[in-house]
Design a protein around this ligand. Structure first.
Ligand code: SF4
Length: 261
């Protein structure tokens, strides 16, 4: 698909290509590095990523500063080919592993038996159960025993993320959670990716603004909400809250975390 279709006159999303640093970018970058250093002081700490654009920025910063944070990613069994290709490319380029987290064979069998692949479009319950077994349950197991985890959450991604803090206690997974890019705008992410030649998913170049599993991700039109291409069949035209997979729904302000240096 081309980013602009001549047959249907649809204009697809084009990622930002800022040619200079957005206002305040240097301070946001410094804050992100400081927060990653703080996260790394909680041992063991994991960086759970989906190889999104913001995750690639964080992965780059962890590598550049040689921080003792273990990179992990969910291989749900339904990732787009482009994401799997990026996974290999990033590991080779940085000479750092991204540990593969997968659903159990028993859970996959359960989903196959209930025909979840087709049912997820017909039932939000089936879709949520698929996310639980392919994503949340394996992540919960992977985070067990960790003191802290790092994510690429940004407030600008959705209304549901508007009040997320830079550091929180994750009540769902029962550990500290650090969100170093929480205040970054799209322009910040793409400015830094282009400036530092950071590898990124090729789907961003053909209309995708947010990328998850293949059956649940589509490109978006210009002016659509950035997460409109995720679980789009569950959104109504007036719905301003976009669906989540369940991984980031229960995190909250802390009073026990050390101050950011
Ligand atoms: S995003 Fe879609 S395919 Fe992936 S785990 Fe959730 S429902 Fe299943």
């Amino acid at each position: 698909m081309n980013s602009t279709s001549t047959t249907s006159s649809v204009t697809w999303y084009r990622r930002p290509r800022p040619n200079r640093a957005p206002d305040g970018f240097a301070a946001r970058l410094e804050d992100a590095i400081d927060l990653l250093k703080l996260a790394a002081s909680y041992t063991p700490c994991a960086f759970a990523q989906s190889l999104s654009a913001e995750d690639m920025v964080i992965f780059h910063l962890i590598a550049e500063h040689n921080l003792p944070i273990q990179a992990i990613a969910l291989d749900t069994g339904r990732l787009p080919e482009a994401t799997l290709e990026l996974w290999n490319r990033v590991e080779a380029m940085y000479s750092r592993r991204i540990e593969r987290i997968e659903p159990t064979a028993a859970h996959i069998e359960e989903l196959v038996d209930m025909r979840a692949d087709s049912g997820l479009y017909e039932s939000k319950t089936v879709r949520a159960y698929c996310c639980e077994l392919r994503k949340t349950a394996p992540l919960r197991a992977a985070l067990s025993g960790k003191q802290a985890w790092v994510t690429g959450l940004r407030r600008a991604q959705s209304t549901g993320r508007a009040n997320v803090g830079t550091q929180e206690f994750d009540t769902s997974f029962q550990l500290l959670k650090f969100n170093p890019l929480i205040n970054w705008a799209d322009e910040d992410v793409w400015f830094y990716i282009d400036k530092r030649h950071i590898p990124h998913n090729s789907l961003y170049e053909i209309g995708y603004a947010s990328i998850g599993c293949d059956p649940c991700t589509r490109p978006i039109r210009e002016n659509e909400h950035p997460r409109a291409g995720r679980w789009w069949w569950e959104q109504s035209a007036s719905d301003s809250i976009h669906s989540e997979c369940g991984i980031h729904v229960a995190t909250f302000a802390n009073s026990t975390i050390k101050d950011v240096p």
